[in-house]
Design a protein around this ligand. Sequence first.
Ligand SMILES: [Fe+2]
Length: 183
Amino acid sequence: MRNVTLTDLFQHPITQKYLQRSGVAHAIEVTNHAFHLAFKYNVSVDLATKAALLHDIGHYEWYRQGKWDYELYRKNDIHAIKGAERAHKLLIRLGENPQNAKVISVAILLHTDSYLPEIDINRSPLQKVVKLADEMDEEQAGKHHYKQIDKVTALEKIQHLDELVERYLSKQQLPLDNQEKLM
Ligand SMILES: [Fe+2]
C-alpha cells in the first residue's frame, strides 16, 4: 500500500486549483501514458504516475485582455520550477515518503526544456518517462491544455489508475511463479 494515492493527490484543493489552469484532461492522459511507459523503461509506476499527474501544476495564467499570451508565456514561464516546488510541498503534506517526494519533484522540474538554457540534460529513465508522456499528449498551440473532461469521469479515471498501480505493486511482491500466473 502506498502512503499517498493518485486519488489523494487529485482530490486535494491545491491540485484542483492548479489543474484548472493546465487542464485536468491533459494531466490524466499524461498519467495514463506514464503508467504504460513505466513498464517499458522499467521505472516505478508509483513515482511515474504521480509525477505525471502533477507535472503541470506550476502554470501561471498568462492572460492579456482575456486571451492566453504565448509570447509573454515563452518569455517568462517557469512552470516546471513552480510545479516541482508545489508538488513537493503537497506530497510532504499528504505524508509521502520524503525520498519519493524528492524524486517526483525533480522529474517535474525536468519534464520540459522550455525554460532551460541550451544545455544537454542526461535524464534518468523516470525523468524521460514523464517528459515523453507529456509529449505524447501535446497538441499544436497548446490545445492539450484546453481539452475538457467532466468531474465524475475524471475521478473515475484516476481511481482506475490507482487500482492498476496497486494491482501491479501487489503482484510485484509475490514470488516470481505466482506473478506469472497473474499475468
Ligand atoms: Fe504538460
